[in-house]
Write a protein that binds this ligand. Structure first.
Ligand code: ATP
Ligand code: MG
Length: 388
């Protein structure tokens, strides 16, 4: 008898010709996520992935880690055993007895992938159900049971499993290319990064800081955020870009009301130079439409116009409340709300432009030596690697 985790995915199943690629990536990610937890092997079955566990497997830790593997719709703890009806009865009973949550009603749900199996599914349900009721204190409820014991008759064996534990959904990290997320230390950009990873991207992180004009609190925050986010993709890289010199140039050489927009345009230029150097297919920001002055459509347009790569904004249509809820679910909220000095609020006037024109902005940048500023920033950038 083998203890197993049965992992189900949904969207991958729709992927036609690329399905193998998606499944192979999911299996790699599951193996990586569970390393050190005591799994024996990870195998592909039609439409699902099976993780065989050793007897000493840390089942609690395994559940926690699988909930961070994108591409998993849900999974169940279970076992594999003989197809023999008596064995099915005994194994179902063993499994149900190990179930920790309280329940009053139960149902047995049998599926036969192996159509040659001689007993029809409803008959297996009836026989196993009757056996369970003899030994446990529960009633049958076929429409809305507290606990369902699933039995799947496959080629030579049978899988039995209880209930469903939700996974994070999405696509396996690694199937959708590589992006660079501009990570500020605020609430939004970690959520944006998470959403891109959930769509199968690997992301590295780019952070701009204004030390010595601000303290180094934003650095500590982004490091903690990257640590949290790394558990979804196993490895991350963080670029720490000193931005004070650039800001000082903008403050002394450009109109005050354009400062935030000019900061942002310089951030995008520097991020894009890093992206070209390290091979990212797109930049990602945590912008949400009209949330603050720099995120009006007008300003987004003016900021984006210096980019040649796509600038992806997965949160563009989200309300702040929705972003906060998501940040809480992925545990970045508490770090994001620690106090810090935001480089973008440095030397910013009370009335920043909400609708700068491109011409006006370019005029405001006339005195800046942009290529040199970008080059210097890149040269001073510190790179840190993270592994989970
Ligand atoms: P966040 O909560 O992510 O900070 P925000 O609502 O505070 O977002 P802004 O401060 O206007 O909005 O920033 C918009 C986006 O610009 C951020 O989501 C992030 O992607 C990028 N950004 C802003 N400041 C920085 C920074 N210091 N380093 C890297 N990216 C930044
Ligand atoms: Mg911010």
């Amino acid at each position: 008898m083998l203890h197993a985790v049965i992992v189900h995915y949904d969207e991958i199943a729709l992927k036609g010709k690329n399905r193998n690629v998606f499944e192979a990536q999911l299996i790699r990610n599951v193996k990586r996520a569970l390393s050190g937890c005591g799994y024996r092997s990870v195998e592909k079955l039609p439409g699902r992935v099976l993780v065989y566990l050793r007897d000493d497997a840390d089942v609690i830790e395994i559940q926690k880690r699988l909930q961070q593997v994108f591409g998993i719709a849900y999974f169940s703890l279970g076992m594999e055993g003989s197809q023999d009806l008596d064995a099915l009865k005994e194994n179902a009973l063993r499994l149900v007895k190990a179930y920790r949550e309280p329940y009053r009603t139960i149902k047995v749900n049998t599926k036969r992938s192996n159509k040659a199996y001689p007993i029809l599914s409803p008959d297996v349900n009836a026989a196993v159900g009757a056996h369970l009721l003899k030994h446990i204190d529960a009633k049958v409820d076929l429409s809305n049971p507290d606990l369902t014991c699933h039995i799947e008759i496959v080629n030579r064996t049978a899988f039995l499993y209880l209930g469903r534990i939700n996974g994070p959904g999405g696509l396996p990290v690694g199937v959708s290319g590589k992006v660079g997320t501009m990570l500020s230390g605020g609430i939004d950009s970690p959520v944006a990064a998470w959403r891109m990873m959930r769509r199968g991207c690997r992301t590295d992180f780019i952070h701009f800081y204004s030390y010595p004009y601000t303290d180094k609190s934003s650095l500590e925050k982004v490091i903690r955020l990257v640590e949290l986010l790394t558990s979804y993709q196993f490895h991350s890289r963080l670029y720490l870009v000193p931005f004070a010199d650039v800001q000082l140039q903008i403050v002394t050489k450009s109109p005050a009301k354009l400062r935030v927009i000019l900061y942002r345009r310089m951030m995008v230029r520097i991020a894009e130079a890093l992206a070209q150097q390290y091979g990212y297919d797109a930049l990602v920001t945590g912008e949400s439409l009209a949330q603050v002055a720099s995120q009006t459509l007008q300003n987004i347009r003016v900021i984006e116009s210096v980019a040649t790569l796509p600038v992806l904004r997965p949160l563009i249509g989200y309300d702040k409340n929705e972003i906060i809820q998501q940040a809480e679910r992925i545990h970045t909220f508490d770090v994001s709300t620690l106090p810090y000095d935001d480089c973008c609020s440095l030397f910013v006037p009370d009335n920043p432009a909400t609708s700068a024109g491109i011409q006006e902005t370019e005029l405001g940048e006339r005195e800046l030596d942009i290529p040199t500023l970008v080059e210097q920033a890149i040269q001073q950038t510190e790179v840190r690697e993270f592994s989970s």
